[in-house]
Design a protein around this ligand. Structure first.
Ligand SMILES: Cc1ncc(COP(=O)(O)O)c(C=O)c1O
Ligand SMILES: N[C@@H](CCOP(=O)(O)O)C(=O)O
Length: 517
């Protein structure tokens, strides 16, 4: 078998990655197995290329060599260069000595032994395969996520690799844009982007438990998505999960997820910020590992969505990326993913970031408007974007850092704006959650003011699946929302089971439609 550069591979050949041949500063090499020259069309390779029948993909992964001498550790977030404080990822620590946030710092000098072309080729070679664990969009970037974890300890649902939807009709018809994309992070295992971070956190917990560290379970406060992801990944690994939910403030679809996955569910008479305070106190007292994004491990997984966007554009950098923000870990995760790609030579710039908040839960927006002077937490009001109903975001410092370094902007959306934007997007073939409606509202405002231009390549991050938020859509389309015109409501027409009645309503519909065309 010959070893060729990926760039020289032939379309009729079956490629399989041979990582034994990975060398610093070289493009990844591949072992190429060609179909028989006598065969007129490429045929599926015979069964014997597969691993032995009694082996699983985990067993197979054990034989695969890994890149050596890569490492990561916790350091205080945004620490001065003189700081020497650091912790092993195998320690249970969420805060720095001074009580500040932590960050996972990779050994960039070790990663830089390989050039940008090497990393691009390596990551590209792993997309969409069933190789453990690289078939996952997160673990396909393992060397940049948790380089030292044993593949055997990884808990993965082959998450990530979510589609980048070309919003052709929405862009052209409503914004005169032809390069508008929606990154559907919610079309995933538990229906939100939280899977990306949770696979990393639960994998590390799995490793800690195997090391006999005192972790009897994993806990989080949640507005519905973190709890769904935590309970699914824990259930898959047989680890107990405990979730604190604000009573009556999350959707039914979200509530049923941890229940079904066997989590211990506490429904607490407070809001998310109240639940967050409680879980922080509890995890300081009991050997329950904290799974919220205060724990910087989560962001290592979430940052891979940014890398994936670059990859999907063949490593061309979009002009704008718009992210709905609540607890504010994700906006930093996107920044970190883009920035690592720049620093390690995969791309030469990063996109401008926009963080979009619901006007009813807008502490970052107010902070931005004040020129980032004094930050004031607030009591968030009810919003249809219930997963971002957060008034005291734990990652405020991370968000400000990301926005300042990406020439970023913060926008807000009223309830009516976010629901109309959601309905408008749905009417062009999407089925988005209200948080994505917040992000689309930000886009519409920035287009109207000319900040985002018609030809700017723009990515809106869709954070959850619309099917988790059907009640808000039902309320909108039945015009059942107080003080909201619901101008795009499209209620079903009730009609008698009789040919004449059906014909009457259809003729009326066709006449109205004709006058609209
Ligand atoms: C669906 C959805 N969108 C957006 C967010 C905001 O993400 P972050 O808290 O990282 O700002 C969350 C959670 O907070 C969410 O569940
Ligand atoms: N939307 C989140 C809120 C908690 O955010 P986290 O990223 O800090 O876990 C949720 O779904 O719970």
């Amino acid at each position: 078998m010959a070893t060729f550069s990926l760039l020289h591979s032939s379309a009729t050949c079956f490629l399989s990655h041979s990582e034994t041949s990975l060398k610093p500063h070289s493009a990844a090499s591949f072992t190429v197995r060609c179909s028989s020259p006598a065969s007129p069309i490429p045929v599926a390779p015979s069964q014997n290329h597969r691993r032995p029948a009694d082996e699983s993909i985990r067993d197979e992964a054990r034989r695969r060599p890994q890149l050596q001498n890569l490492s990561a550790r916790y350091v205080p977030f945004d620490a001065p260069p003189s700081s020497t404080e650091s912790y092993s990822l195998d320690e249970i620590v969420y805060r720095s000595q001074s009580g500040g946030l932590l960050d996972v710092q990779h050994d960039l000098a070790a990663l830089k032994r390989y050039d940008g072309e090497f990393w691009r080729s390596l990551f590209d070679s792993r997309v969409g395969k069933t190789h453990w664990p690289y078939g996952s969009g997160v673990w396909s970037k393992k060397e940049w996520v948790l380089p030292e974890i044993d593949d055997d300890d990884i808990v993965s649902a082959f998450e990530g690799n979510t589609n980048l939807f070309w919003a052709e009709r929405f862009g052209k018809q409503h914004l005169q844009m032809n390069d508008l994309w929606v990154k559907h992070c919610g079309i995933s295992h538990t229906g939100s982007f939280k899977d990306l971070g949770m696979t990393v956190l639960v994998s590390q917990v799995n490793r800690l438990r195997k090391m006999n560290k005192p972790v009897v379970g994993v806990g989080c406060a949640s507005t519905g998505d973190t709890s769904a992801a935590l309970s699914a990944y824990c259930a898959s690994a047989g680890i107990p999960s405990i979730v604190f939910l604000p009573a009556d403030k999350i959707s039914m679809a979200q509530l049923v997820q941890p229940i079904a996955n066997g989590a211990f569910v506490l429904s607490i008479d407070t809001d998310f910020d109240g639940c967050m305070d409680l879980i922080r106190e509890v995890t300081a007292e009991l050997p329950i590992y904290l799974a919220n994004s205060l724990n910087s491990l989560r962001l290592e997984g979430q940052k891979t969505a940014a890398i994936e966007i670059l990859q999907q554009f063949n490593w061309e950098v979009p002009d704008w990326v718009i992210v709905p923000g609540g607890n504010l870990g994700n906006i930093y995760a996107f920044y970190k993913g883009f920035q690592m790609c720049r620093e390690l030579g995969l791309v030469d710039r990063i996109p401008r970031l926009v963080c979009a908040q619901a006007a009813n839960a807008n502490p970052l927006y107010l902070h931005y408007k004040s020129g980032y002077k004094d930050f004031n937490a607030l009591k968030a009001s009810t919003t249809f974007a219930s997963a971002i109903q957060i008034g005291d975001p734990v990652s405020i410092d991370r968000a400000v850092y990301a926005l300042k370094r990406s020439d970023g902007i913060v926008e807000e959306a009223t309830e009516e704006e976010l629901m109309d934007a959601t309905a408008l997007a749905d009417s062009t073939g999407m089925f988005i959650c209200p948080h994505t409606g917040v992000a689309l509202t930000a886009l519409m405002k920035l287009r109207k003011s000319g900040v985002i231009e018609a030809n700017d390549r723009t990515v809106v991050v869709s954070t959850a699946h619309g099917l988790k938020f059907t009640q808000s859509k039902i309320d909108y389309h039945s015009k059942n929302i107080k003080e909201m015109a619901c101008i795009l409501a499209n209620p079903p027409v009730r009609v008698k089971a009789e040919f004449g009645s059906v014909m009457d309503v259809l003729k009326e519909y066709l006449k109205n439609n004709e006058s609209k065309c």
